[in-house]
Design a protein around this ligand. Structure first.
Ligand code: ADP
Length: 484
């Protein structure tokens, strides 16, 4: 892998604590390339005591960092952003090697991830408080916004760069110090970020990366260490619930970006070609392994067959392969467990009468490669109607009218992203308002941007990431009441 990089020093296998790259007291753990199965690197495995040490370094460094002016913090964050973009190719290669997504998508993720650093660098200068007219003649009321303190993050493997930057960006901009625990499958994108953070001049201890193989142990340290005042997590709903319970003893502030079960609705007045294009981006990006990927595709009866045929034709042309090869749109799934889930959902659907019109089997490439798959005749008793597949399986449900599809779309414990295609303006408003989701894509399959508030309702999460709202998750309000 080193030989593919313009700057091989970006491939860092040690953790980053208090401004030092450190080895693990527990030795190393192995990171493998999901496309080839070979070992990419052996990465420092930190003990719980080392994680506690990182939190202590962060706590010490945060005091001074909070005193920097917004503009001073903005300048080093901006530098960090510039370095990410200058090294976009190398960061993309490291990401593809450890995670499998096609290189073009990986580079796209680097730009997306970097955009959060850029955006929140700008926001650092605009953490405005408030003055409120006093409630008595002698009273003056001021509201300050202050950093929470040390923020700790736990992030998944599906966006090894962006899931960290969308948390670290607002945290650092707000004046918090940050301890990141990347997914054990994809720690190298995180340590590469640490190399660039150091180069950018982010002070020692302000941004730390603790690489550990034992996620539950690290999660416990984050929740039980009194120096941590904020926990930010992206991952599955079951782990999110567990972390919320653990964090309760310290009444810790929590942000949670959890699972989704996104509906994608095609009404009969939709532009079908646009809907097919949107469905492909939305369902198959990252091989279906994002929490905003369409999980259930509802198509109105009048356009059902036409949509299915067009979708099949378009997806059949797409290429499966090693993400580092040219022209590949589908990499491998992250591991065999992910393949098993797709297969289980497929077998369940087939047993209940669904028909496979494309794919349906592992790819001839072997390993964790799976063919993009479309099934028709999906019904609400099938597993994928309540559970996220997190893979390249597109089930097409048929519906008759608006009220029916809104009820089906909302019939889930999740509420992250939703999508629909329609042209009738009153329908657009009615459906957008009725969907119980934090995000609604109308006539588009791509909704992620640093300038908008990303987050879910119901059991999809707490808090928002991105936009000027995103920084609030890292700030406390202090109300000062003065008698004059
Ligand atoms: P995914 O399906 O994306 O892996 P998970 O919720 O299982 O979703 O994992 C998200 C992140 O949470 C990963 O980095 C994983 O290592 C971590 N994790 C898993 N279990 C725990 C736990 N009990 N405590 C803290 N972190 C955990």
């Amino acid at each position: 892998l080193k030989s593919l990089l313009k700057d091989p020093t970006l491939l860092e296998t040690r953790a980053y604590v208090g401004g030092q790259f450190v080895d693990g007291d527990k030795g190393t753990f192995v990171v493998t390339n999901p496309a080839r199965g070979d070992v990419v690197a052996e990465v420092a495995d930190l003990s719980r005591a080392q994680v506690a040490g990182a939190i202590a370094q962060a706590e010490a460094a945060q005091k001074d960092w909070a005193k920097w002016t917004g503009k001073e913090r903005a300048n080093v964050l901006r530098k960090w952003f510039d370095l990410m973009m200058e090294n976009q190719d190398d960061l993309g290669i490291i990401l593809t090697a450890e995670m499998g997504k096609p290189l073009a998508e990986a580079k796209g993720e680097i730009a997306y991830g970097a955009s959060f650093i850029e955006f929140f660098a700008e926001e650092a200068k605009r953490i405005y408080g408030e003055t409120i007219p006093g409630h008595q003649r002698d009273k003056r009321i001021t509201v300050l916004k202050q950093p929470i303190g040390v923020a700790a993050s736990i992030t998944p493997w599906n966006f090894p760069n962006a899931m960290i930057t969308r948390k670290a960006g607002p945290a650092l901009a707000a004046g918090c110090a940050f301890v990141a625990r990347p997914a054990e499958l994809t720690p190298l994108s995180a340590t590469a970020l640490a190399v660039l953070a150091e180069r950018a001049g982010i002070p020692a201890g302000v941004f730390n990366v603790v690489t550990t193989s034992d996620a539950p142990e690290t999660g416990l340290e984050f929740c039980e260490n009194p120096a941590v005042r904020k926990l930010t997590f992206t991952g599955s709903t079951p782990v999110g619930r567990l972390l919320l319970r653990q964090a309760a003893d310290q009444v810790m502030k929590c942000s949670m970006e959890l699972g989704g079960n996104a509906p994608f609705i095609v009404f009969d007045d939709a532009d079908l070609d646009a809907a097919v294009e949107g469905a492909i981006m939305c369902k198959f990006r990252n091989n279906g392994q994002t929490c905003v990927c369409a999980n259930r595709i509802y198509v109105q009866a009048g356009v059902y067959d036409a949509f299915a045929a067009k979708l099949k034709e378009a997806v059949a042309k797409m290429k499966v392969g090693d993400g580092l090869e040219d022209g590949v749109q589908f990499g491998p799934l992250i591991n065999d467990k992910a393949v098993e889930k797709v297969e289980a959902h497929l077998a369940d659907a087939q047993a209940k009468g669904a028909e496979i019109i494309l794919g349906g089997t592992p790819s001839e490439l072997g390993g964790s490669f799976f063919q993009p798959t479309i099934v028709t005749g999906a019904t609400t008793d099938m597993q994928f109607s309540t559970e996220e597949t997190f893979g390249p399986l597109a089930p097409l449900f048929k519906f008759e009218d608006e009220d029916e599809v809104i009820a089906m779309a909302n019939d889930t414990i999740f509420g992250l992203a939703s999508y629909f295609y329609a042209k009738d303006l009153s329908r657009v408003y009615k459906v957008a308002e009725a969907l119980e989701y934090g995000i609604v894509g109308v006539n588009t399959g791509i909704i992620s941007t640093e300038v908008a508030p990303f987050g879910g309702v119901k059991q999809s999460g707490l808090g928002r990431e991105g936009s000027h709202h995103g920084i609030e998750d890292y700030l406390e309000m202090k109300y000062i009441c003065m008698s004059v």
